[in-house]
Design a protein around this ligand. Structure first.
Ligand code: SAH
Length: 213
């Protein structure tokens, strides 16, 4: 179930769905997704579906992880400092950490963060900082970021996140309540102007406020 062949099949599916960034595909084929799941579910790790990780949250569908990463990397700007909102299992964090210089990731549910930290350590990824906080406010102490990726959907684009974008920085975020769209926001140079592009309909867990222990 966790064999190279099973992973190769997943990658073929991603290509069929239009993912074309070779660096993203290479990292995804080489990153074990099963370690980000509880044992009872690990046999389903290479299916192209979202899977439960407890606390009412889900590990994002591989297609979505690939697509968001590709959009982030392809938006044009330098991608050395990236903030992720919603660490969850840590899978997307692991993918990002292998493609950019430094990753900051915020999660509001402490037990999820603890598990993610352990798995990322297991993979030997050291360019990641995790914080237990409400990611709707970003990570003000370490801003600005070239890229921000949110794995949870707010109803509207959080102003606080826009303020933490470096010049030419990009935010990739699902936006909306019942109907959500994956949205790309690009800061125009060092201005206060942002270009917004609606990409495709998606289904994410909501961005919630506050933290839980
Ligand atoms: N990329 C993750 C996705 C997890 S689901 C993965 O593949 O495992 C989205 C995560 O966002 C959940 O863990 C949820 O707890 C978290 N989340 C929701 N609102 C948040 C907020 N305001 N701040 C930080 N994390 C948040």
């Amino acid at each position: 179930m966790t064999s190279k062949r099973t992973r190769d099949r997943l990658i073929e599916r991603l290509i069929d769905q239009g993912v074309s960034n070779q660096a993203v595909l290479d990292v995804m084929v080489n990153t074990p997704r099963h370690i980000f799941l509880d044992e009872a579910l690990s046999h389903r790790a290479y299916e192209d579906t979202a899977l439960p990780i407890g606390h009412g949250q889900t590990l994002s569908q591989p297609y979505i992880v690939a697509r968001m990463t590709e959009v982030l990397l392809g938006a044009g700007g330098e991608m050395s400092r990236v903030l992720e909102v919603g660490t969850g299992s840590g899978y997307q964090t692991a993918i990002l950490a292998q493609l950019v210089k430094q990753v900051w990731s915020v999660e509001r549910i402490k037990p999820l963060q603890d598990k993610a930290r352990e798995r990322l350590r297991l993979l030997g990824l050291r360019n990641i900082q995790l914080k237990h906080a409400d990611g709707g406010f970003g990570w003000p102490e370490d801003a600005l970021f070239n890229g921000i990726l949110s794995a949870a959907a707010p109803r509207e684009i959080p102003k606080g996140l826009l303020k933490q974008l470096a010049p030419d920085g990009v935010l990739v975020i699902p936006v909306g309540a019942d109907t959500q769209y994956l949205t790309l926001v690009m800061r125009v140079g060092d201005s206060e102007e942002f270009k917004i592009q609606k990409l495709e309909p998606v289904k994410f867990v909501p961005l919630l406020s506050g933290v839980t222990r």
